[in-house]
Write a protein that binds this ligand. Sequence first.
Ligand code: UDP
Ligand code: MG
Length: 321
Amino acid sequence: MNEYSKEISVVVPLFNEAESLPELLAWIKRVMEAHQFTYEVIFVDDGSTDGSWSLIEQFAADDHVHGIKFRRNYGKSPALFCGFRQAVGRVVITMDADLQDSPDEIPELYRMITEDGYDLVSGYKQKRYDPLSKTLPTKLFNATARKVSGIHNLHDFNCGLKAYRLEVVKSIEVYGEMHRYIPYLAKNAGFGRIGEKVVHHQARKFGKTKFGGLNRFVNGYLDLVSLWFLNSFGLKPMHVFGFLGSVMFFLGFIAVVIVGATKLFHLWNGVPAPLVTQSPYFYIALTTMILGTQLFVAGFLGELISRNSERRNEYHIEKEI
Ligand code: UDP
Ligand code: MG
């Protein structure tokens, strides 16, 4: 335990949440002091324009508080990534800045990581205080994420309130909008003990949600497909493209045999043979052979890219003796 310089790091990504910040920090401090945790709070200001940063500057007079300021708004995932890079606590807690997540959950989350042996514990907003337009699509989203990731015990992948063992946040790379799939990232990095805790949720007190609009669902699904692909074939692209290419070639080959055999059959019997271009199989052969070639080329390119990647031999080693 002494190898960690703090027990808890709280990472808070924020974008224009000035109204909530003072209350949030006071609440976190209250909980930490009541339980006598050694802790730090890392505020990551994701390009706010509402004076959030000047508040953080004032907070930083307290040694427990650190701040990171982005030059512009990059998104929640980059904010988490930079917060994770700085964190030193044995347990890292992420929490939204809008007071929707309750700091009172921290002690139990800490206990679940340190005593129950979880690598990651995700909050589950069983009773949500968000509009229906948000909660309904979220149900669908979570069902798909459960299926694709194979993490069947999570109800709420995208809950902002989560706790991690420090090694987990140092081993995953949250980029783009991948904060929705952190449990999946963790699982792919080899951290399979993933748990869930029902947490209290409140309606947003100030400001409004930064994730409105429907395109986040389209993007969310595309990200899930990317993650699935990277995890399954990232290191061996030829296995998928080569397989699909072979299937295409096989179909093409059968079509060619049909075209050729029909022609020969007619010639053999001395009847005038129709032109091969009149047979649908001719076109099937043409298309599938071209597709097959392209798929193989994609596979070779994929292999070249992964061969040349500096990270091709980056594995997470748990122990060495
Ligand atoms: N956030 C951020 N960068 C962004 C968008 C959001 O750091 O580009 C932060 C935001 O300030 C909040 C958290 O991410 O602390 C969750 O955002 P929000 O509460 O708007 O999402 P919701 O709870 O509505 O899903
Ligand atoms: Mg919120």
